[in-house]
Design a protein around this ligand. Structure first.
Ligand SMILES: [Mg+2]
Length: 102
């Protein structure tokens, strides 16, 4: 989590004009679209592979990271870092209690 917030800090400094909620949500949607394009490439649907060649793990990983960072920006903007952490812990606890994970 810490590293994601560090990436948020860096991104906010690099792009200081893009830190308003609607801009963050718009970028999140843009990054989700780029994740979808990667999935499209990986699943070989449409003509993506003809245009871009074989999918690369690094490319889909980069798009996933960019989308995740946008989510963390929203968490930071609304100061819900602690609540996000608690939500994740609660979810993991429930899954452990249900025997879904160790
Ligand atoms: Mg991207």
């Amino acid at each position: 989590m810490e590293r994601f917030y560090k990436m948020v800090e860096a991104s906010n400094k690099r792009f200081p004009r893009g830190v308003e909620p609607f801009q963050m949500v718009t970028r999140l949607m843009e990054e989700c679209g780029e994740v979808a394009a990667e999935v499209n490439l990986w699943e070989d649907s449409g003509i993506k592979r003809q245009k871009r060649g074989e999918p690369k793990k690094e490319d889909i990983a980069n798009e996933l990271r960019q989308a995740i960072v946008e989510l963390f920006k929203i968490a930071e903007y609304y100061h819900v870092e602690k609540e996000l952490e608690e939500s994740i812990e609660a979810s993991l606890s429930r899954s452990r209690a249900e025997g879904l994970i160790d």
